[in-house]
Design a protein around this ligand. Structure first.
Ligand SMILES: NC(=O)c1ccc[n+]([C@@H]2O[C@H](COP(=O)([O-])OP(=O)(O)OC[C@H]3O[C@@H](n4cnc5c(N)ncnc54)[C@H](O)[C@@H]3O)[C@@H](O)[C@H]2O)c1
Length: 469
C-alpha cells in the first residue's frame, strides 16, 4: 500500500510518495496566499441584479470638482431626467467653476458646500438627493460612498472607488445592507471599440475567449503637478502594486463574464524598481527619496475558475504611447484596441452579405479596413442608438464614453433596472491594489482572489445590459 506523506511547509504543500518504486519528491504544490473573506452580516443578502424603485428625475449631488468632476457636471446638463441639486469641493473656486457650467447651460444654481474637509457630509444628509457622484482623490472615495449610502443615496464613485480590501468590504456590506446601488464610474467599458468587441464576443465571433489583456499605460509626468495637494504622486510614493487597474480590468472582466459564470481565482504580480517617480520628485523639490514604493512598471497575471487568463499592466512613469491594451484572444479570433485597432478571424467566423470579401480572410493577419468597418457596424453595441451615439460624440468626455457611462447610469436608475456595473464589479476591479502588493512583497507568490459575491458568482450567466420594456 502506498504511503502518502503530506507535509506542510511555509507557503506550500509538499506531497511526497514513499514507496519502493518511488522515493523521490513527486510534486510541490504552492498554496496561494489567502486573505480573509468576512462573513456576510446576518440578515443581509447579495445585491446581484439589484433593482430599486424607478426615479422620474434623478437628483444629483457632486463631490470633488477638480480636474475630473466639472466634466461630469457638464455632461449631466445634457442627460434627460436629471437635476443637479448640490455641488461640493473643499476649494470654493472649484464649486464656483461648476456653478458657472450650470449657468452657461441655462440651469438653476445648485446648493454649494465648501471650505471644510467635512462639508460633503451635509450634502449627503440632504433629503432631496437620490445620487451622490464622487470624484475626489482616492483616499476619500470609500468613506464618502459608505456615508452617502447610509444616508439613503445611491452612489457613483470615480476610479478606483476603493484602495484596500477593508474599504471594499465596507462598500459591499453597506450596499447590501442599505439596498442602494454602489457603482464605480469605469468609463472604459463604454468605449466604442470595447463595446463592439464585447458584443462580437457574446455572439461567438471569437469562439471561446481564453485570454484578455488590459492596462493603464499613461505617462503622467505632465499631469503630476496638477493634482490637488499632490495626492496622486504621494499615493504612488507610499504604495507598491497596481494602484490604478480598473481601466484594464473593467473591459477584460466584462468579456470574461466575471461573477456572471466565471470568477477570478488567483493572481501573481511583479514590478520593476521605481526610477522615474523618485527622479521626478528630486527634480521638482530636490528631495532624495529612497523608499519610493510604486515600480515604474507593474505586471499582473490572473487565472479564472474556468481556466482563462488575464494580463494587466500599470505604468504611469515612463515615456510610452497611451495604451489600455484591450487584447482579446479567443479560440477562433482576436481583437486588439492598442496599439492599433484590429481584428483577426477565421474566415468561417465571418458571415453575412454585409461583410465584404470574407472568404479571403486568414487567421494570422488583421482583417482589411473595409471588413473591420463592416464588423463594427454589424456588431454595434445594443445600448447605442443613433441619437445616443451622436450626442455622446458631441458632448464628448474621452470621445463619448464618459457620456454613455453617465447616460446608462441615469437610464437604469430612472427605469428601475440593475446597473451595468454593480458593487462586486467595483470590488473585483479595485482589489488589485492590495492583492498585487501582497504578491509582489512575497516574491510574486500567488494570491487567492476572494469571491466578493460570497457564493453568488455563478447565479447570472453572462454579462448583460438591462433595458426597459
Ligand atoms: N475615469 C477616468 O477616465 C478618470 C480620469 C481622470 C481622473 N479620474 C479619477 O477622478 C478622481 C479625481 O481626479 P482628478 O484628476 O479630478 O483629481 P483632482 O486633484 O484634480 O481633484 C480632486 C478634487 O477633490 C477635492 N477634494 C479633496 N478632498 C475633498 C473633500 N474632503 N471634500 C470635497 N472635495 C474634496 C479637491 O479639492 C479636488 O478639487 C480620481 O479618482 C481619479 O482617479 C478618472
Amino acid at each position: 500500500m502506498k504511503e502518502l506523506l503530506i507535509s506542510l511547509a511555509i507557503g506550500f504543500t509538499l506531497l511526497t510518495c514513499q514507496t519502493s518504486c518511488c522515493t523521490q519528491k513527486e510534486k510541490e504544490v504552492f498554496k496561494p496566499i489567502q486573505v480573509e473573506t468576512p462573513d456576510r452580516p446576518s440578515g443581509q443578502k447579495d445585491v446581484i441584479q439589484l433593482v430599486t424603485p424607478k426615479l422620474e428625475t434623478v437628483r444629483v449631488g457632486f463631490i470633488g470638482l477638480g480636474m475630473r468632476g466639472p466634466g461630469a457636471v457638464e455632461r449631466f446638463a445634457y442627460i434627460p431626467g436629471t437635476k443637479v441639486v448640490a455641488l461640493c469641493d473643499i476649494r470654493p473656486e472649484c464649486v464656483e467653476k461648476s456653478q458657472n457650467i450650470l449657468k452657461k447651460a441655462g440651469l438653476p444654481e445648485a446648493a454649494s458646500y465648501t471650505g471644510t474637509e467635512d462639508a460633503w457630509k451635509q450634502l449627503c444628509e440632504r433629503d432631496d438627493i437620490d445620487l451622490v457622484y464622487i470624484a475626489t482623490d482616492w483616499k476619500h472615495h470609500a468613506e464618502m460612498g459608505v456615508y452617502a449610502m447610509e444616508h439613503g443615496k445611491h452612489v457613483a464613485i470615480e476610479v478606483p472607488a476603493a484602495m484596500t480590501l477593508e474599504e471594499i468590504w465596507k462598500l459591499i456590506n453597506t450596499s447590501e445592507k442599505t439596498r442602494k446601488h454602489c457603482m464605480q464610474l469605469e468609463n472604459c467599458v463604454y468605449d466604442f471599440f470595447e463595446m463592439t468587441t464585447l458584443n462580437m464576443a457574446q455572439q461567438g465571433v471569437f469562439g471561446e475567449v481564453l485570454h484578455v489583456e488590459g492596462s493603464y499605460i499613461h505617462n503622467l509626468e505632465d499631469f503630476w503637478p496638477y493634482y490637488w495637494n499632490n495626492w496622486r504622486m504621494d499615493y504612488n510614493r507610499l504604495h507598491r502594486g497596481d494602484v490604478y487597474a480598473t481601466h484594464g480590468m473593467g473591459p477584460a472582466c466584462q468579456i470574461l463574464n466575471i461573477h456572471r459564470g466565471d470568477r477570478m481565482k488567483t493572481l501573481v504580480a511583479m514590478d520593476t524598481k521605481a526610477v522615474n517617480g523618485p527622479a521626478f520628485i528630486k527634480k521638482q523639490t530636490g528631495e532624495d527619496v529612497k523608499d519610493f514604493q510604486n515600480g515604474d512598471q507593474t505586471t499582473t497575471i490572473i487565472r479564472t475558475e474556468n481556466e482563462r487568463t488575464m494580463l494587466i499592466q500599470h505604468n504611469v512613469m515612463t515615456p510610452r504611447p497611451y495604451s489600455r491594451m484591450y487584447q482579446v484572444v479567443g479560440t477562433d479570433g482576436y481583437a486588439s484596441k492598442y496599439p492599433i485597432e484590429e481584428y483577426c478571424l477565421r474566415p468561417s467566423q465571418v458571415k453575412g452579405d454585409e461583410i465584404p470579401n470574407h472568404e479571403n480572410l486568414n487567421a494570422h493577419g488583421s482583417v482589411p479596413a473595409d471588413v473591420k468597418q463592416a464588423l463594427m457596424a454589424k456588431y454595434r453595441s445594443p445600448i447605442l442608438d443613433q441619437e445616443l451615439e451622436e450626442t455622446a460624440k458631441k458632448v464628448g468626455g474621452h470621445g463619448g464614453m464618459d457620456y454613455i457611462m453617465d447616460y446608462r447610469l441615469i437610464y437604469c436608475l430612472r427605469n428601475g433596472l440593475p446597473l451595468d456595473m454593480d458593487v462586486y464589479d467595483l470590488a473585483e476591479w479595485c482589489c488589485m491594489a492590495e492583492l498585487t502588493r501582497l504578491s509582489i512583497e512575497n516574491n510574486s507568490a500567488p494570491v487567492e482572489i476572494p469571491d466578493f459575491t460570497r457564493g453568488g458568482w455563478n447565479k447570472v450567466k453572462g454579462f448583460q445590459y438591462a433595458f426597459a420594456k
